[in-house]
Design a binder for this molecule. Structure first.
Ligand code: BG6
Length: 488
């Protein structure tokens, strides 16, 4: 049986991982432009942390050699060809983000940069040409570096005003766009505060306090721009976005179950605020226990209460295990986390646990908790791919990954979950958010560039390209032909 008739099939990218052209068309420098190529073997937190010395060095170095996100895959100049390739797969929706610094180079300008507006208007009309619905993320790990240096990012309330101005400009200029997400993986502030919120650890007296303060300001900003979007674009739909870090108890020991419960509860807290419009009691208790004094006025809380989201979007890549005694666990990398390795499940080349049933569990849990339409806006597998001499890439492992995940998605939908759509991460190979590697490939489309930016930049269709095209064409019916094998 296929999916709903109007199910939105597509893919997702972010500006800083694809566009390149970091200093072209009046664009300013963002927090992504100072990220260096990292060694994936190192601890995840080390990979995404950037210190003041590194930022200063990056600002002096105007080359893109050491900073892969500055060059991306040059989507800025290739977007027409890329959109044509996406249309070839029958995309119904395409998720992308607006680089704040392309519109407001330092974040503080009053007038937007016309060249930046023009670029996104052209991209949107190119998508419309093929009947592809845009899904725009306002903030995806790419805030102006200036706001990070001057205000320590979102730890300072003044940034709410700058973001509001940026969002208002987007709603006015791209007013034919229906679907919006305010902050990518909003919960990630506590895992990588610089990338998500421009917080430089050395400039914080109390980092944990600043992280939760920044989160509060992002909740406020998100609520304010949700209201604005509804006012300016009739029929618009605004979603929150969560990194769905599904955690299982490592054993049936009640204390391990409790450890898993605590991790999941902390993971849910952000969407709880954005869906229910209020802070859950357990997180307020957590603030007390950690002596966090988060400034939140009754006016701010009222805005948050009155402007909740229309849908809940999330990324899902992996699951992990929790236990009270973490020494009892073998640890493995995951999406911005390190968690316990599940002995029943395989992992990707980067150590991320492959768990299709975990996606079904996530859908059921989220729908049961919020009763809101859901949108899977990221799911995919980073892998080493080989481009053959004849221009083919045989990526059966990626087909297996998606097929098993989508089969589980279908079961959740059949169980009653209301799901708007599915956007794979990412339809084109791009620069990894965590490691800035190009060799961590996610795409259905191979981009001929290596970690150092060497290569022709040419695009090639992988085997998965044709597979996904058929899935979309049949509205998911071909998934059932994949085999009746139990998912991993
Ligand atoms: C998500 C991010 O957390 O994971 C993306 O929203 C990112 O930006 C994706 O690319 C995969 O992570 P990575 O580190 O493999 O690029």
């Amino acid at each position: 049986m296929p999916f709903y008739q109007d199910f939105l099939w597509g893919g997702a990218i972010s500006a800083n991982q694809v566009e390149g052209a970091w200093n072209i068309g009046g664009k300013g420098i963002s927090v992504a432009d100072v990220a260096q190529l990292r060694d994936p073997a190192k601890d995840y937190q080390q990979q995404v942390a950037v210190n003041l010395q590194q930022i200063n060095e990056a600002c002096r170095d105007l080359d893109d050699r050491n900073y892969p996100k500055r060059r991306g895959i040059d989507f800025y100049h290739h977007y027409k060809e890329d959109v044509r390739l996406l249309a070839g797969m029958g995309f119904k929706v395409f998720r992308f983000s607006i680089a704040w610094t392309r519109l407001f180079p330092t974040g503080e300008e009053k007038q937007p940069n016309a060249a930046g507006i023009k670029f996104y208007q052209q991209l949107i009309s190119e998508l419309r040409k093929y009947g592809i619905e845009p899904l725009i993320t306002l903030s995806h790990y790419e805030m102006p570096l200036n706001l990070a240096l001057k205000y320590n990012g979102w730890a300072d309330k003044r940034v709410v005003r700058y973001f509001y101005h940026f969002a208002k400009t987007c709603f006015q200029q791209f007013n034919n766009v229906k679907y919006w997400i305010t902050f990518n993986e909003i919960d990630s502030i506590t895992r990588h505060p610089f990338t998500s919120a421009g917080i430089i650890a050395e400039n914080s007296n109390n980092l944990l306090q600043d992280e939760y303060q920044a989160l509060h300001y992002q909740f406020l900003a998100s609520a304010e721009v949700t209201r604005l979007c509804h006012q300016l674009i009739t029929g618009s739909q605004v979603g929150c976005m969560l990194t769905k870090l599904t955690t299982y108890s490592a054993t049936v020991k009640p204390t391990d179950v409790l450890a898993a419960f605590n991790r999941n509860t902390l993971n849910y807290f952000c969407s709880d605020v954005q869906v229910n419009g209020e802070y859950p009691p357990l997180i307020l208790q957590y603030f007390k226990e950690h002596q966090l004094k988060i400034k939140m006025s009754s006016t701010e809380l009222k805005v948050i209460r009155e402007n909740t989201v229309d849908f809940v979007s999330f990324s899902y890549y992996m699951s992990m295990l929790a236990a009270t005694d973490t020494n009892s666990l073998q640890m493995t990398n995951g999406n911005t986390v390190i968690g316990g390795k599940n002995p029943y499940l395989p992992t990707t080349d980067w150590g991320w646990t492959i768990d299709p049933v975990g996606l079904r569990i996530s859908l059921l849990e989220l729908f049961d908790r919020y009763h809101k339409p859901l949108f899977i806006v990221e799911n995919g597998m980073g892998a080493y791919d080989k481009l053959n001499d004849d221009g083919t890439v045989h990526d059966q492992y990626r087909i297996n990954y998606f097929c098993r995940h989508l089969q589980e998605v279908k079961k959740a939908v059949d169980a009653g979950v209301k799901l708007i759509g599915f956007t794979s991460w990412a339809p084109l190979d791009l620069i990894s958010a965590s490691t800035s590697q190009m060799s961590k490939r996610y795409g259905f489309i191979y981009v001929d560039l290596d970690d150092q930016g060497r290569g022709s930049g040419k695009r090639y269709k992988k085997d998965s390209y044709y597979w996904y095209r058929d899935v979309i064409k049949s509205n998911g019916a071909t998934l059932s032909k994949f085999g009746k094998k139990e998912p991993i």
